[in-house]
Design a protein around this ligand. Structure first.
Ligand code: NAD
Length: 369
C-alpha cells in the first residue's frame, strides 16, 4: 500500500465508529502487510506533542514505518493504536520496554521525551539491542552525551539525533554554495533562535527535566546552525545571560542568553537564545564574496531564504518525513549524509552548550574542549 493511500485508509478507518472494535486485530494485519523488507520499523517512546507530529509525518515515509509505542499512558496508547494500527504485542510502558529486545517488528526506538530522560532511555534501548533515534538536545551535558555515544558503540547500534535541518533542502543548498566557494571566505554568522514560552508549569521550565532553559530547547538551533553554516567547529565562546522574570525562570533555567563564538579561520558568530520573544528564527551568513539569509531558518517550514545570487527555490517537504526516510537509509544502508546527524554531532553541540553555560558563570571566554 502506498503511503498516501495508507494515510487515506487509516483516516477512513479512524472515522468509522463501526470499525473501532476491530482495530487491534485489523491493525496488526495492516502492519504485517507493510512491514516488509527494507523498511526501518520504528517504535516511538513518549507520545507527546512532537511525537504526534513525527508519527503523522511518517505516514508519508517510503522507508520508515511506525510499528511500536512506548508510553506511560494506557489511554494514549489506545488512541495511537487505533490511529496507526499498532498491535498490542508492540506496545510497552516505561517499566517493561527492555523486552523490546525480543520483538522482531522493531528495529529502532525514537526517544521523544523530556531532555533529562534521554540518556537513561538511550542506554536502555541500546542494551536492548535496538538502534536509537533521540530528540535534541541529546542530553543535558557533554558527559552524558559521551556516555550515550559509548554505550551505543558498545552495543553495536546506531545513535542518531533528530536534527531535521541537516536534511532540509534549502539548508543543504546554502551548505553546497558555501562549499563551492560562492560566498568566498566566511567571516560572520548570526543566529537568532527564540519564542515566548507559555505555561510556567511545563517541563521545559523545570531544570530537573529540561536540563536548562531556552538554550537546551531552542538556542541549540543557533549552536548547531553555526557549525553547518560556517562549516567549522568553534573553538571559544563568550556568553551573557539576562533574566526579566526570575519567578518563571528559576535558577538553572535560562530565559535569554546572548553568545559569541570564534572559529579557527577567524570567522565569528553572534547569537541569541531566548524564551522571551517571538519572531526569532533567523540565520545570516556573510562571506567576502556573498551572503545567505534564512528566515524562518529552523521552524517547521517552509524555510525561506535568499543569497546574493537570488531566492532559494526548493519545494517544501515535511521535515520529519524527509528525516525519517533519510535515517532509514543511514541505519539500513549506512548512507553517509552531507551533514551527519549522529551522536557525535550531538556531542559537539553539547560541548558548546557546556562552554556557553561555563562562560555565563565565569564571565570569561571559555574554550571548547
Ligand atoms: P511534550 O511534553 O509534548 O511530550 C513529552 C512526552 O514525554 C509526553 O508524552 C510525556 O507524557 C512523556 N514523558 C515521559 N516521562 C515523562 C516525565 N517524567 N515527565 C514529563 N513527561 C514525560 O514535549 P515535546 O514538545 O514533544 O518534546 C519532547 C522532546 O522532543 C524534547 O526533547 C524536545 O526538545 C524535542 N522536540 C524536538 C523538536 C524538533 O523540531 N526536533 C520539536 C519539539 C520538541
Amino acid at each position: 500500500m502506498k503511503a498516501t493511500s495508507r494515510r487515506n485508509f487509516l483516516s477512513s478507518v479512524a472515522q468509522s465508529a463501526l470499525t473501532v472494535s476491530l482495530l487491534p486485530a485489523f491493525g496488526a494485519g495492516i502492519e504485517n502487510q507493510l512491514v516488509g523488507e527494507g523498511k526501518l520499523r520504528v517504535a516511538i517512546m513518549g507520545l507527546g506533542s512532537y511525537a504526534n507530529r513525527v508519527a503523522e509525518a511518517m505516514l508519508d515515509c517510503k522507508r520508515a514505518v511506525l510499528t511500536g509505542l512506548i508510553s506511560g499512558s494506557p489511554e494514549k496508547v489506545k488512541t495511537w493504536q487505533s490511529k496507526y494500527g499498532i498491535p498490542d504485542k508492540n506496545c510497552y510502558d516505561y517499566g517493561n520496554f527492555d523486552a523490546i529486545r525480543s520483538n522482531p517488528d522493531i528495529d529502532a526506538v525514537y526517544i521523544i521525551t523530556p531532555n533529562a530522560l534521554h540518556k537513561e532511555q538511550t542506554l536502555r534501548v541500546a542494551r536492548a539491542g535496538k538502534h536509537v533515534i533521540c530528540e535534541k538536545p541529546m542530553s543535558v551535558n557533554a558527559a552524558e552525551a559521551e556516555e550515550m555515544v559509548a554505550a551505543c558503540k558498545k552495543a553495536g547500534v546506531k545513535l542518531l539525533i533528530g536534527y531535521r535541518m541537516h536534511v532540509e533542502a534549502k539548508t543543504l543548498e546554502v551548505i553546497r554554495l558555501r562549499k563551492s566557494g560562492a560566498f568566498g571566505k566566511i567571516v560572520f554568522f548570526q543566529g537568532l533562535s527564540g519564542f515566548k514560552i507559555g505555561d510556567p508549569t511545563q517541563w521545559r521550565l523545570n531544570k530537573s527535566l529540561a536540563g536548562g532553559g531556552a538554550m537546551m530547547d531552542i538556542g541549540i538551533y543557533s549552536v548547531n546552525g553555526s557549525r553547518y553554516m560556517v562549516g567549522e567547529e568553534p573553538i571559544w565562546v563568550t556568553a551573557q545571560e539576562t533574566k526579566t522574570d526570575p519567578v518563571k525562570f528559576k535558577p538553572g533555567v535560562d530565559e535569554t542568553i546572548i553568545f559569541q563564538m570564534g572559529f579557527p579561520s577567524g570567522a565569528v558568530a553572534s547569537c541569541l537564545s531566548t524564551y522571551n520573544a517571538n519572531h526569532l528564527d533567523k540565520f545570516f551568513l556573510s562571506g567576502d564574496k556573498g551572503f545567505a539569509e534564512m528566515q524562518p531558518s529552523t521552524g517547521y517550514g517552509p524555510i525561506m531564504g535568499k543569497t546574493h545570487l537570488g531566492t532559494l527555490d526548493f519545494a517544501h517537504r515535511t521535515h520529519q518525513t524527509v528525516q525519517m526516510d533519510e535515517m532509514a537509509d543511514v541505519i539500513l544502508d549506512n548512507k553517509k549524509l552531507e551533514v551527519p546527524l549522529d551522536g557525535e554531532e550531538g556531542l559537539k553541540d553539547m560541548k558548546i552548550i557546556d562552554a556557553i553555560y561555563r562562560s555565563v558563570a565565569s564571565g570569561k571566554k571559555e574554550f571548547i574542549s
